[in-house]
Design a protein around this ligand. Structure first.
Ligand code: HEC
Ligand code: HEC
Length: 226
């Protein structure tokens, strides 16, 4: 809710103001001379109350089913559940596959991420729980079994990443205020470069050095040769 972004005493800005976006009737040139509004804390932006976009439970990664995904993965109309995006750890041992739709945990329906979150809480003390899925409309049941710990525990959820003031929406209009899903942060909300993007600096090598990795091409393209 956009109203959550504001301190109680402040006048209520609209979502575009909170995001530092242009206001109606104000030209960008005029805006440049106006100091940007101070941002309120993540707590005051209700960070913990944002819409869930992803859940993780024993290596099971689930996302909401959108009409586009339902079409892509052959999910019949009227079927509801959360879509398995990736499996690792215990979930990979269970037999569940990416593309399955989780419809119930221990008999409790999981039509959306919030229901999924609550259903995992009901079984958190158990060592094993059934997971009902629909695989291209075929109903199947698997068992999630704790192996790294004695109990299953409950799912950890994620919301959309923090965005910078004035960020433009890179995705299709979602017919909701940006602040339903995002908090606004100047810096520190997300690493600008993640580990996968960082390439190790090649160390200098001797002229006579032998190759210690797969052939990556001409040595001098990457290494200083001493
Ligand atoms: C219903 C939830 C929702 C709403 C509403 C929403 N977003 Fe997003 N946004 C997401 C999700 C989920 C992602 C990450 C995956 C994706 O790109 O779809 C994202 C990604 C982004 C990113 C990319 C961040 C990065 O670092 O890669 C930006 C920027 C962004 N949104 C801006 C906006 C703006 C501006 C608005 C309002 C006009 C908005 N979003 C409304 C859910 C939402
Ligand atoms: C595309 C870039 C690239 C090319 C081309 C390349 N290397 Fe490397 N090399 C690296 C990187 C990065 C490392 C650091 C560790 C790693 O990624 O394997 C490395 C590490 C090494 C090391 C280990 C050095 C140390 O001190 O640990 C040796 C030896 C080496 N390369 C030899 C060669 C030789 C010989 C060639 C040419 C036949 C070559 N490399 C071509 C990128 C490259």
């Amino acid at each position: 809710v956009a109203g959550n972004v504001v301190r109680k005493s402040a006048p209520v800005p609209n979502a575009a103001q909170v995001a530092g976006g242009p206001r109606a009737g104000v030209t960008p040139a005029a805006l440049a001379t106006v100091a940007p509004p101070a941002l309120v804390s993540p707590r005051d932006q209700n960070a913990a109350g944002k819409e869930f976009i992803e859940g993780h439970w024993l290596g099971l990664e689930v996302i909401p089913l959108t009409p586009e995904l339902a079409k892509e993965y052959g999910i019949a109309k009227g079927e509801s559940g959360v879509l398995v995006d990736e499996i690792t750890l215990e979930s990979a041992e269970s037999g569940i596959l990416a593309g399955d739709m989780v419809q119930a945990i221990d008999g409790r329906p999981t039509p959306d991420l919030r229901a999924f979150f609550l259903a995992t809480q009901r079984v958190q003390e158990q060592e094993r729980a059934s997971v009902a899925v629909s695989r291209r409309s075929e109903k199947m049941t698997f068992f999630m079994e704790a192996r790294n710990t004695k109990i299953l525990g409950f799912a950890q959820m994620e919301a959309a990443q923090p965005i910078a003031p004035g960020a433009l929406s890179p995705h299709r209009a979602r017919s909701k205020a940006c602040t339903e899903c995002h908090i606004i942060m100047q810096t520190g909300g997300q690493l600008p470069t993640d580990a996968g993007d960082i390439v190790t600096n090649p160390p200098p090598i001797a002229r006579a050095a032998t190759l210690r990795h797969e052939n990556r091409g001409q040595c001098a393209r990457c290494h200083v040769i001493r």
